[in-house]
Ligand binder design. Structure first.
Ligand code: KIV
Ligand code: ZN
Length: 409
């Protein structure tokens, strides 16, 4: 468990498990190199994510090296928990355990499918086989770290009675988090809420573990499903920046965090708090959201759609005259949250040929880049060169400069 997650003051918060670097990177065309992964991991740590799933170490030597480097450089005593994915096999778990070794707080996330369709057609295993594999592999993972997460892949298409037994077995073997994935984005909010409630009621040792949820957006319901799960006892949400991920993507971190923040008075009672409490529901520093979104979009090459909630270019834009008039009189007429609270900067300094290093460094910082002095010098020279040719330098220009000069994409 991370330093933040272990803090008693945070026990009534929902943990944010970011899987941008693992499930997010599984988006077609979103491959990241080791330097880019480290840059994103640092940004996720600044954002305040409790757990960073840094990759799948057995998948390739490159993934092993990237997880290992993140474990070493981001997995500090005050930093987040660094997690690695592993199928429920000894070779995968060993690779994850070794890659994660330098992290002060480290988690092995092991998974196996529990739906009949996966058992018959993919794994060619019986239900009984899985009931035997799970405790053996969870116990093996415990030899590397005390913090072990077990996922029942395709949980939402599994027989609930069987799922309860698998989860009970995983917890008895030492799993400290049990994750309920909606692997194919099939469930609906009512159904998912009922499944989490069923798990709380029918898994006898459930209080020894945190219930986590993981979900894909095939029907566009991932965030809504997670909110229903929170109302029924889920206390860890697995999500990605900008909702990137397999097929239609994963639940979007920024949407979940802002939904729970804007509607905190509604969610507070589910955390045993008085409705009027202003205590945050997550450990996320909301001011970091926008720049983290820009950074992930730039490094993965996956554009954010303009009408994307929270971070899309139009998310806080008002076009109609009626709306503009209302907002000018009082922002609350058409805005339910403050753009600045998620790090959008208004009245921005316009960068051009007269701008100095300080303004340049500040804007890069707002876009998520903390450069060394050497890299800053290289990028600044290129900026001055461009500013001689172009009146105003946009954020897109700055991102291109960093990509070419520093990250050498
Ligand atoms: O979607 C899924 O089921 C997963 C698991 C590995 C958690 O990504
Ligand atoms: Zn997934």
């Amino acid at each position: 468990m991370s330093a933040r997650a272990a803090d008693p003051a945070c026990s009534k918060r929902v943990l944010i498990f970011d899987t941008t670097l693992r499930d997010g990177e599984q988006s077609p065309g979103a491959t990241l190199n080791a330097d880019e992964k480290l840059t994103i991991a640092r940004a996720l740590a600044r954002l305040g994510t409790d757990i960073i799933e840094a990759g799948f170490p057995f998948a390739s030597p490159g993934d092993f090296a990237a997880v290992n480097r993140i474990a070493e450089q981001v997995g500090t005593a005050t930093g987040p928990t660094i997690c690695g994915l592993a199928r429920a096999t000894k070779q995968d778990i060993k690779a994850a355990g070794e890659a994660l070794a330098p992290a002060v707080h480290r988690r092995i996330h092991t998974f196996i499918a529990t739906s009949d369709i996966h058992l018959q057609h993919k794994l060619r295993r019986s239900r009984q086989d899985v009931l035997e594999i799970v405790p053996e592999m969870v116990a093996y993972a415990k030899t590397f770290t005390n913090d072990v997460e077990f996922s029942a892949e395709d949980a939402t298409r599994s027989d609930p009675e069987y799922l309860y037994r698998v989860l009970e077995t995983a917890i008895a073997a030492g799993a400290t988090t049990v994750n309920i994935p909606d692997t194919v984005g099939y469930t609906t909010p009512d159904e998912f809420g009922a499944l989490i409630r069923g798990i709380k009621t029918h898994v006898p040792n459930i209080d020894l573990a945190i219930i986590s949820v993981h979900g894909h957006n095939d029907l566009g319901l991932a965030v809504a499903n997670f909110l229903a799960a929170v109302q029924n006892g889920a206390r860890q949400l697995e999500c990605t920046i900008n909702g990137i991920g397999e097929r239609a993507g994963n639940a979007a971190l920024e949407e979940l965090v802002m939904a729970m923040h804007v509607r905190r008075h509604f969610y507070n009672p589910f955390f045993d708090r008085p409705p009027e409490s202003e205590e945050p529901l997550t450990n996320i520093d909301m001011r970091e959201i926008y720049k983290t979104s820009r950074l992930v979009s730039n490094l993965t090459g996956m554009a954010v759609q303009p009408n994307k909630a929270i971070v899309g270019a139009n998310a806080f834009a008002h076009e109609s005259g009626i709306h503009q008039d209302g907002v000018l009189k009082n922002k609350l007429t058409y805005e339910i949250m403050d753009a600045e609270s998620i790090g959008w900067t208004s009245n921005r300094i316009v960068l051009g040929k007269h701008s100095g290093r300080n303004a340049f460094r500040t804007r890069l910082g707002e876009l998520g880049y903390e450069l060394s002095e050497t890299d800053l010098n290289k990028a600044f020279l290129r900026f001055k060169d461009l500013a001689d040719k172009k009146k105003e330098i946009s954020d897109w220009d700055l991102e291109a400069i960093v990509s070419d000069e520093v990250l050498q994409l």
